[in-house]
Design a binder for this molecule. Structure first.
Ligand SMILES: *Cc1c(COP(=O)(O)O)cnc(C)c1O
Length: 366
């Protein structure tokens, strides 16, 4: 058989370990998963009600255009519905962008190390990824500008960056956007924006009216707590949205996802609660890391990348044996770091207690 030559070398995505598997393998009854930046408080009770209500329609196709959800999101963001595109997670919006924009030989610019789906989907379409190393964990925007050529189609900016958690500031984004030619699409991935209240953090929405070549990515998987439903969206100029719509599968998001997401975005008091709890958790983790003498990147979303000063795989395994699942930096090119999701206070305390024991068990080597 003859698959595309540009896909044969691609790895199959390796997710964090499922909780059930960890419990079985290690004979643990209780496991705390802080590996995938999921919401420890679940989702709004109103979203659950909406999903249950939708069960009576399981035999019906969903509304391909997500009209009701689009109206609710447009209303919440203050944009028009023709500025929105929905996908099975923002992962699928990334896929659709790649599908709509790249032909073989095109160039696309992104950071190393950042969210892997940009490069992955670009490669599938035969585009060449131009990777600009992070500087102290942050996007090097001037470095990215320098690498724009006639063949550049898309630039990806992950804000805050996954896995480091650092942000591009309002000022940095302003000076960057002024220099990017209008023929180049800038994708600003704001998967964690609802967590952030820092005044230096730019709200991508404020850029939309001035820059038709900017597309925001947002998701219901993180603060909205609906990762299992697979629903995310893009916000941009109607022309860009139309291009992406042209490659969209007819029924790419489910009735359950649309109904759950609509109820979720209409319940902002739940989101406010999650944002406040997360801020408390972040403060707790930062002060505990300081007490333990560990350096962490400045964090803004619901996860922190912390340098353990030890082999990341060993720290990962040691934590795992104590029933704590984090994301090991050895899988992300940060050999001494772990990325941990901010959990509930109880989860955060369990993590810190386990980490303290793990650190004492392992020798400092990196
Ligand atoms: C989690 C995440 C996403 C998307 O997740 P979906 O579940 O596909 O919506 C996108 N970008 C970043 C940076 C993420 O961390």
């Amino acid at each position: 058989m003859q698959p595309k030559s540009n896909i044969v070398h691609l790895p199959v995505y390796e997710p964090g370990k499922p909780m059930e598997e960890v419990k079985r393998e290690l004979g643990l009854t209780e496991v705390t998963k802080l590996a995938s930046n999921e919401n420890p408080f679940g989702c709004s009770p109103k979203a659950k009600e909406a999903i249950v209500h939708e069960l009576q329609h399981t035999s019906l196709y969903p509304d391909g255009a997500s009209v009701e959800l689009a109206a609710a999101v447009a209303n919440h963001l203050g944009v028009n519905t023709d500025q929105l595109i929905f996908g099975a997670g923002s992962d699928e919006v990334i896929l659709m962008i790649a599908r709509a924009f790249f032909v073989s030989g095109d160039e696309t610019i992104m950071a190393t190390h950042t969210f892997p789906q940009y490069k992955h989907n670009a490669e599938i379409e035969g585009a060449v990824s131009v990777e600009i190393p992070l500087k102290e964990g942050k996007h090097d925007l001037p470095g990215m500008l320098e690498r724009i050529t006639e063949r550049t189609k898309v630039i990806w900016i992950c804000n805050p960056n996954n896995p480091t958690g650092t942000i591009v500031t309002l000022e940095e984004l302003e000076s960057f956007m002024k220099e990017v030619p209008e023929r180049v699409l800038v994708v600003l991935d704001e998967a964690y924006c609802e967590y952030i209240t820092d005044s230096e953090y730019p709200d991508g929405l404020a850029f939309l009216s001035r820059y038709p070549n900017i597309l925001l990515l947002r998701t219901f998987s993180k603060i909205y707590g609906l990762a299992s439903l697979r629903i995310g969206y893009g916000v941009g100029h109607p022309k860009v949205i139309r291009y992406i719509n042209q490659v969209r599968e007819p029924f790419n998001t489910t009735r359950f996802a649309q109904a759950g997401a609509k109820a979720a975005i209409e319940d902002q008091s739940f989101i406010q609660f999650c944002r406040e709890e997360n801020a408390k958790g972040l403060q707790f983790l930062q002060s505990e890391f300081q007490r333990l003498g560990l350096d962490a990147y400045p964090a803004y979303g619901n996860f922190v990348m912390v340098n353990t000063g030890r082999d990341a795989e060993k720290v990962f395994n040691s934590l795992l044996s104590k029933g704590i699942i984090v994301r090991g930096g050895h899988k992300l090119n940060f050999p001494a770091s772990i990325r941990v999701t901010i959990g509930s206070q109880e989860q955060n305390e369990k993590f810190i207690n386990a980490l303290e024991v793990s650190l004492a068990e392992l020798t400092i080597e990196v």
